[in-house]
Design a protein around this ligand. Structure first.
Ligand code: TRP
Length: 360
């Protein structure tokens, strides 16, 4: 039977937020808990974070611990998942270099995620080479573990597509060594992209519109009570719009029928609540209070686990060290196979001296 190997990761450029949780972390924890996989790796992509943060290694360094704490606090179990730090696995860098030869500049230029990120960062003509080539490095991250399943957010799909192309090219050019990965997205549409609390399409640190997994109950309450809703829903009796309304989009991604039973029993489910809002007579404060209860209910156990690990950073350090040790073992094995396929394993190749002689 085909092995199920899972790899995914995040750049340590900030604390993780609710958008990460519904878009990917929740999915990872449920895969972990389902137990239906052979190996699972979670990578803190510090080297990738440095591709556009070259001048602030301190920021990246500090956020490695934050992201590790976020992982552990959402319920990632280090007994089941290898959590590791990208820069501590040198084989990944070496693989990147060899894969670069199989990719053209114009192909990377066409990658929609790279294109978009270049625009967002106003790089224009000053794109760091390392940043430009990060899809290739991401292919190394995935293929080093022969991962076939990559749970990610929607924005990462072009990366996985590019990785598949590199794998096919490598296998065609040298030998069948690498495995083509597949992306796994969240199953509900609402979870694909959680908007910011201000109604902006995406939660983003620079916009200050995020609810962080590590926010206190008071911080969350303040953020939710101040959320953007339907600007035309002025008086309670006005009919309201639910489709572009972040409060409803959050509820769609997060609220269960159980939550209604618990906190808002006068409605059976979200459809009933929406219908009332749309016909008018339902105030924003009431739904915001409900949303706060739902979100706080999700975050409370996360905060508890976070406090546990915050007081035991040496334990977290040990988890990362152990994870990186295992990751090195596996990535080195793949690198070995890659070099063998490319016939650049000279000192292990008995034919080396014979074949080079015949070329004279
Ligand atoms: N690009 C991902 C992000 O922006 C991080 C990442 C690096 C990654 N390498 C990966 C994700 C490999 C999945 C697989 O968060």
């Amino acid at each position: 039977m085909k092995q199920k190997i899972i790899l995914t990761g995040d750049r340590p450029t900030g604390r993780l937020h609710l958008g990460h949780y519904v878009g990917s972390l929740k999915n990872r924890v449920s895969i972990q808990n389902s137990g239906s996989y052979d190996e699972m790796f979670l990578m803190i992509a510090d080297a990738q974070a440095l591709t556009d943060n070259a001048s602030c290694p301190e920021k990246v360094r500090n956020n490695i611990m934050e992201v590790a704490l976020d992982y552990l606090s959402v319920g990632i179990d280090p007994q089941k998942v290898h959590i590791f730090i990208q820069s501590q696995v040198p084989a990944l860098t070496e693989l990147t270099f060899y894969y670069s030869n199989l990719v053209t500049v114009s192909r990377v230029q066409r990658n929609p995620t790279v294109k978009n990120e270049i625009k967002l960062r106003n790089f224009e003509a000053n794109i760091p080479v390392g940043f430009f080539t990060y899809p290739i490095s991401q292919t190394a991250d995935i293929t080093a573990f022969k991962a076939n399943i990559v749970p990610v957010g929607e924005d990462q799909l072009p990366m996985i597509e590019q990785a598949r192309e590199i794998v096919r090219s490598f296998n065609r050019t040298y030998a069948e060594v690498l495995v083509e990965p597949e992306a796994v997205l969240p199953t509900t549409k609402a979870a694909l992209r959680l908007p910011g609390t201000d109604g902006n399409a995406k939660m983003s640190k620079s916009l200050g519109n995020c609810i962080y997994l590590s926010d206190t109950s008071d911080e969350v309450k303040k953020k939710i009570m101040g959320m953007y809703t339907d600007p035309n829903h002025i008086r309670i009796e006005d009919p309201g719009n639910t489709s572009n309304n972040p409060v409803f989009l959050y509820l769609e991604a997060l609220a269960t029928d159980e939550d209604f039973k618990h906190y808002l029993p006068e409605y059976k489910n979200l459809d009933e609540l929406k219908a009332h809002y749309e016909r008018g007579g339902l105030g924003d404060v009431k739904i915001k209070k409900f949303l706060f209860q739902v979100v706080d209910g999700i975050l409370e156990p996360i905060r508890k686990r976070r406090t546990y690990y915050e007081e035991r950073k040496d334990e977290v350090n040990e988890i990362l060290k152990q994870g990186s040790f295992v990751a090195n073992k596996i990535a080195n094995q793949t690198l070995h196979e890659v070099k063998e396929a490319m016939k650049i394993n000279y000192f292990e190749d008995e034919d080396w001296l014979k074949s080079s002689k015949s070329n004279f």
